[in-house]
Design a protein around this ligand. Structure first.
Ligand SMILES: [Zn+2]
Length: 649
């Protein structure tokens, strides 16, 4: 039995998977294709997130949200019903399908049945009030809910229902299709759903509709950031953080139809443009405390929870379109380092803004954010959009751990403990068990289950940070010089019980952010690290069942790191490791901690309740050098993850 390992940038671009619904010509073939919901069973820490969601604010949001009451326009078909219900349903229903939870599936079906019933003669759906401005934005979210329903259950109503709705859109006079506001900025969501249906029915009018939708959507091909918009940032929908997290991918979505590769370049250019100015920080996000604001790019500005889940999804979508591993790296960076800190560990509360440097999650408005009022305290009742939209973050992440490949293989693209059932090769049904503590552990064990021998390519992503990665098969090392940023493709006649181990040897690295005062951040593998700060959880509101908390610091935070960025291992080392158990994203449960050398910087002070800007380094401190503990950023609700740099003499 011989194994063949090759490194490739993507599964082949010229062919299509023949076992799962893929892009139908003339759309460009997808190198990676989503498996139907239910194919992937999360395990370990990821399953824990989903189970906490079930019992947390997502699973019980109808008890909390005034937008999910009996007077919702999505129930009465009278009065208002906007984005909140479908934002929530998009994640809530998928949570039910992934967990195979009959209660959630039944509760979601009630809302979905109402969506079916809402369809009018001409195909319009949803609360009639949304017709007034031809506001199609909330319906774009409903479309994704129906796609999930179809993938999970094969509900026969879905395809004709979507077909009638897209006929309605097709028949709209041009000026009434995405006339303005959010729907115009977010039309690419609608575009994806049109392709989804086209791939299943092949009706030609859908491609014409897709072309019109793209042309009527705001221009995300041009550079997002410009001097003219800088001068008028408050007025530009292009500067809204959530819009950016969604909109930057739309040219790449339309590339599938136009086949014009400059659209892929436009998406990448705008990603880099935004990150270059506002993303000079660990955690994969960019600072947009509502909007990106010129002059407010430092790591205390914070990213809205909605922008995290939308940015993660955009990276998941780009991964399927391009096959390139960098999109998976970007998605994991947000999932492991930013998203967990946006919630309470029990997932029963959330906040609006999360920043790499955040020293007080209080309920005051004494922060220099664009919006006033409470934005960083944890509350199950507030934060209208995020409270609903956060629901799809972990479920969509779980649905994209494994993807089918264009050559009828299987790719492990995002890593987390899981089990996948999939059809491969000539049509054989197999399972692969993925056993790992990743991102907290350094190796991943895959076990193939198949009743008979089967040939298919297995793709394993080698992350961009992986300087040393090795693969052994059935205990025998077969490749120990894997290059980061590519896939390892293993072609082989697989038999039941075959085991593949992918192992990493992550180094501790120091990233210097030259544009942010030479501040320094520490990473090891997929995790970034922040100072361990004592947390006082103080209830300030809510109810006994659903309390709202401030999280206040009980230990000093104003440390600079004493580190040689070229040789961080000289002053930073692994302190403690333990297998993740329960909810790992807390300071106490952190499965991996580091020891570092630091000095206090008495001149670095809070501004109101907000951390001051990171002093420009290298800085000097006459305070004594001491040891501090660093924990994964995702485990910390109070954080310093971009440190002033103190050069070790
Ligand atoms: Zn939000």
């Amino acid at each position: 039995m011989s194994a063949e390992i090759e490194q490739v940038p993507s599964p082949p671009a010229g062919t299509s998977n023949t076992l799962y619904v893929s892009n139908r010509p003339p759309l460009a073939p997808s190198p990676l294709v989503k498996l139907p919901i239910g194919s992937i069973r999360p395990k370990g820490w990821l399953l824990e997130q989903l189970e906490l969601m079930r019992n947390g604010f997502t699973g019980r949001l109808p008890e909390l949200s005034r937008f999910l009451g009996e007077d919702s326009g999505w129930i009465t078909f009278k009065g208002p019903g906007w984005e909140e219900m479908p934002y929530w349903l998009k994640g809530y229903a998928d949570l039910g399908y992934i967990l195979k939870d009959p209660g959630i599936i039944a509760a979601a079906k009630k809302w979905l049945d109402l969506a079916f019933r809402s369809q009018q003669e001409d195909g319009f759906i949803g609360p009639p009030e949304n017709r007034k401005g031809n506001d199609l934005w909330p319906n774009m979210l409903v479309l994704t809910c129906l796609q999930s329903l179809y993938e999970a259950t094969g509900d026969e109503r879905v395809l004709p229902f979507l077909g009638r709705y897209f006929r309605f859109e097709y028949n709209l006079p041009e000026q009434d299709l995405l006339p303005g506001s959010w729907q115009k900025l977010r039309g690419g969501e609608n575009l994806e759903s049109v392709y989804w249906l086209y791939n299943r029915t092949g009706e030609a009018f859908l491609l014409e509709l897709a072309r019109r939708i793209y042309e009527r959507t705001a221009d995300w091909e041009s550079e997002i950031i410009s001097p003219a918009r800088d001068r008028n940032w408050e007025a530009s929908g292009f500067y809204h953080g959530v819009n950016i997290a969604m909109g930057f991918r739309y040219p790449a979505v339309y590339y599938q139809q136009s086949r014009n590769r400059t659209l892929l370049d436009a998406t990448e250019r705008n990603y880099n443009l935004v990150m270059d100015l506002y993303g000079q920080q660990p955690g994969g996000m960019f600072g947009a405390d509502e909007n990106i604001r010129p002059g407010y790019g430092d790591p205390r500005q914070g990213a809205e929870t909605c922008s995290m889940v939308e940015f993660m999804y955009s990276h998941e979508a780009l991964l399927k379109i391009t096959g390139e591993t960098r999109h998976a790296d970007r998605c994991e960076e947000i999932a492991f380092n930013s998203l967990p800190a946006a919630m309470t560990p029990d997932l029963r509360g959330l906040h609006y803004l999360t920043a790499p440097n955040l020293i007080s999650c209080d309920s005051s408005g004494e922060h220099d954010f664009q919006n006033g009022g409470t934005l960083v305290s944890f509350d199950p009742w507030s934060y209208r959009c995020c409270q609903h939209n956060a629901a799809f973050g972990w479920p969509y992440f779980a649905e994209h751990l494994w993807l089918a490949t264009s050559d009828n293989g299987l790719a492990a693209v995002l890593y987390a403990p899981s089990e996948v059932s999939a059809r491969v090769g000539g049509g054989a049904d197999i399972q692969v068990l993925e056993d790992t503590a990743y991102p907290f552990g350094d190796h991943i064990d895959f076990t193939v289950r198949t009743p008979e021998a089967v040939d298919f390519p297995l793709y394993l992503r080698i992350p961009d940070w992986a300087g040393h990665a090795a693969i052994s098969i059935n205990g025998k090392m077969v490749q120990d010089k894997l290059r980061p940023g590519l896939y390892a493709r293993i072609r082989r006649g697989w038999t039941g019980g075959d085991r593949v181990r992918l192992s990493f040897s992550p180094e501790i690295r120091a990233k210097v952010w030259e544009k942010m005062g030479n501040s320094v951040s520490i990473r090891r593998g997929p995790l970034w690290f922040s100072l361990q700060i004592g947390e006082q959880w103080k209830r300030y509101g809510g109810t006994d069942a659903w309390p709202a908390y401030e999280v206040l610091p009980t230990t000093p935070w104003n440390y600079g790191l004493v580190v040689d960025p070229g040789r961080p291992e000289a002053s930073i080392s692994l302190a403690d490791r333990k297998p993740p158990a329960g909810q790992p994203f807390t300071p106490e449960a952190a499965p991996i901690t580091l020891k570092a050398r630091a000095r206090r910087l008495p001149g670095w002070k809070a501004e109101g309740r907000m951390v001051g800007k990171v002093p420009v380094g290298p800085v000097v401190s006459s305070e004594p050098e001491m040891e501090v503990t660093l924990i994964p950023m995702g485990c910390a609700r109070l954080r310093i993850a971009s440190f002033p740099l103190i050069v070790r003499k």
